[in-house]
Design a protein around this ligand. Sequence first.
Ligand SMILES: CC[C@H](C)[C@H](NC(=O)C[C@H](O)[C@H](CC1CCCCC1)NC(=O)CCNC(=O)[C@H](Cc1ccccc1)NC(=O)N1CCC(N)CC1)C(=O)NCc1cnc(C)nc1N
Length: 327
Amino acid sequence: NDGSVTASPEDAYDSEYLCPVSIDGQTLALDFDTGSADLWVFSTSLPSSEQKGHTLFDPSKSTNWKALSGYKWNITYGDGSGASGTVGTDVVTVGGTSVSGQAVEIATKVSSAFVSDTANDGLLGLAFSSINTVTPKAQHTFFDTAKSSLSSPVFTADLKHRQLPGTYDFGTIDSSKYTGTITYIDVDTANGFWEFTGSGYAVGSGSFVSSSIDAIADTGTTLIYVPDAVVTAYYKQVSGASYDSSQGGYTFPCSATLPNLTLGIGSYHAVVPGQYINYSPASGSKCFGGVQSDSGIGFSIYGDVFLKSQFVIFDGSSTPRLGFAAK
Ligand SMILES: CC[C@H](C)[C@H](NC(=O)C[C@H](O)[C@H](CC1CCCCC1)NC(=O)CCNC(=O)[C@H](Cc1ccccc1)NC(=O)N1CCC(N)CC1)C(=O)NCc1cnc(C)nc1N
């Protein structure tokens, strides 16, 4: 029951990656999010003003739909966006991986950011089921439901830079997708995230600075959010860079040459190419940095800007771990 699905960038800046997911034959574009654990979809139960432009799941058209009466969900994300609604189960298929009895959370309310992000028809959470928001009983993620039917209890992310489709694979590690060896690191599941301790950083050709960085691998976060020491060291090497409070982050002249950022994972040095860190135009001739400060978050977030430079294995075995390889 292994599967592989394409992950297509939603816009020119790889702000998010969307994958086709079929629920009882109805196909929606969902954002696979290793930073949350709810599978929720835009639905016909939304007010019509919030439905515009989205593909809607209609449970009344599904032969396998089973409503879970009295069950509800309500989620808030790091960027303040959120959604809520009711719950049922159905047959969910991602690439070749099909599961029955999967909890599907129907949105009856979504925040404005979701309404305007018309390419996104919902999220498929791939964090640990311990942080699923359904009450009165938390539900399993798609990966947890599928795990026992996979060749091995893993999924991998091979996201690409700028307008190229990548893939999420379930159940297998495709050795054609990476080079060299895989470095594994233990994961702390206490907060429900794929959380690990990074071993340090280097900017450009500078020397590696050993430091423990408490980070999560989060496909649902666009940028890299790291401690101020890293951010300061990085933008010191970018002429014309400065913190722009009106933009809410570091910007620099779009013509600037950006150094690579190396992030240590155990003994492995993961290199993020400098051009991945020119995230997008900001205003005028300034561009917005793909590396920003994690202050206020409580941990660092290695988001898409980092993940798309690597081949990443999310190993859900009895001792969960993350694997990283160059590609
Ligand atoms: C069970 C909740 C679950 C664990 C939840 N998890 C998360 O928030 C992390 C999760 O990966 C979510 C998943 C997002 C949610 C919005 C839609 C796209 C997916 N990630 C974030 O919230 C990280 C911050 N947001 C992002 O990174 C959004 C993602 C996005 C992309 C395209 C379009 C719209 C949104 N992108 C940006 O901020 N950027 C892209 C655009 C650019 N102009 C600026 C940078 C959580 O921690 N919630 C607790 C929480 C609540 N309230 C707050 C304020 N903070 C919190 N952390």
